[in-house]
Ligand binder design. Structure first.
Ligand SMILES: [Zn+2]
Length: 365
């Protein structure tokens, strides 16, 4: 960190691990702002988590000072972890200028990226929780148009047919999600087949999962649809990914399941879901990340999505689920949901009078 200024005056700052704090000379009143300028340099680690050099590519995730959310009179930021998200940001507007070396192309949250990109440029993007940029070395690119959205798949092996299949899967899912949830907010959707499966606004990465190398083609397709689903559940309907991770992960798996069922003309497999539930403990799905052991994803991803499916058992099935999602989206787009609010909404939606159904899988206040 070379220099930090506050309202154009140089100030002292404190950088401890991943927390940068700048003491203010006087308290900010509600609605008041401060202008902070950071001048800094960094080197990307190899084998980093999302913020990483990967093969010949550079993944710029969380590479700029992000303002944490502030609640209950404190900054809502947890200690860094090597799994899950420990930061939670609000919706913001960004203006980005870049210069990159020859031979690379930039792929980003911005919706006007060209391929191959120029070596310098700018983009603006509004109402996003963060900005992600990938700087890629000689990718193979497949483009496909779905309605107003240009889908671009970036691969790094000689697998043109497979990348084309990925673009078909993405187009199908994008079409379905827009129909049952709400419009995708950008004209470009980028899928980078490198790195850990992860969602960012307007761009996703997918190639591997935690503690595993590259996944097989069928799993990769599932991950692409899951990360795409996050464009709504994280990208548009926000939630705290540390204290309520189940809300975006559970909903992403739930709608991925709905997409796979409807596109194969299948019913919801409640029997096998019961079996899966039977193998899990009675741990709630909405605990903060540090309260789970290594089986975290069984609860945050799996049990939560099964319980979302169970809401619609004897309550209208797939058709009602699709209608529910639309109403949920209309109520919470560009807002934040937490567990309490989800329960309040769902009880109202079905005119439920008690918390009986939810107490089985959610820890309620
Ligand atoms: Zn996810």
């Amino acid at each position: 960190m070379n220099n930090v200024t506050l309202n154009d005056e140089q100030v002292e700052y404190n950088l401890e691990k991943d927390t940068l704090s700048i003491p203010l000379p006087k308290e900010l009143e509600p609605g008041e702002g401060a202008r902070v300028h950071f001048d800094y340099e960094f080197t990307l680690p190899e084998g980093g988590l999302r913020f990483t050099k990967s093969n010949d590519n550079y993944h710029l995730a969380q590479f700029y000072p992000m303002v944490a959310t502030y609640r209950s009179n404190q900054w809502n930021k947890k200690d860094y972890r090597f799994r899950g998200e420990t930061y939670h940001t609000g919706f913001s507007d960004f203006k980005v200028s870049y210069e990159i070396p020859e031979g690379y192309t930039i792929v980003s949250t911005g919706e006007d990226d060209e391929y191959p990109s120029k070596t310098d440029g700018t983009f603006d993007v509004n109402d996003v929780k963060e900005v992600f940029i990938a700087i890629l070395k000689e990718p193979m690119v497949i483009q496909k148009q779905e309605g107003d959205v240009n889908i671009r798949v970036f691969g790094f092996e000689d697998k043109e047919d497979f990348y084309s299949e990925i673009s078909d899967v993405a187009a199908g899912a994008l079409h379905y999600f827009q129909e049952i949830i709400g419009p995708y907010p950008f004209k470009q959707l980028d899928i980078v087949l490198d790195g850990l499966g992860m969602e960012y606004p307007g761009i996703v990465t997918a190639n591997s999962i935690y503690e595993s190398g590259p996944v097989n083609p069928e799993v990769l397709k599932y991950i692409v649809v899951h990360e795409l689903a996050h464009q709504w559940f994280y990208g548009i309907i926000s939630n705290d990914p540390y204290n309520d991770a189940w809300l975006d992960e559970g909903f992403a798996n739930f709608v991925t399941g709905l997409y796979n069922l409807t596109s194969n003309d299948q019913e919801i497999p409640y029997e096998s879901m019961e079996e899966q539930l039977g193998s899990l403990e009675s741990i709630p799905v909405n605990l903060p990340l540090d309260q789970y052991d290594r089986h975290m994803s069984s609860y945050i991803y799996s049990k939560s999505s099964i319980m979302l499916f169970k809401i619609f058992e004897n309550r209208g099935g797939i058709e009602e689920a699709e209608n529910y999602l639309k109403v949920y989206y209309d109520n919470y787009k560009y807002k934040e949901v937490d567990t309490q609010e989800f329960v309040r909404f769902t009880k109202k939606y079905f005119s439920l009078t008690d918390d009986f159904f939810f107490k089985e899988w959610l820890l309620l206040e």
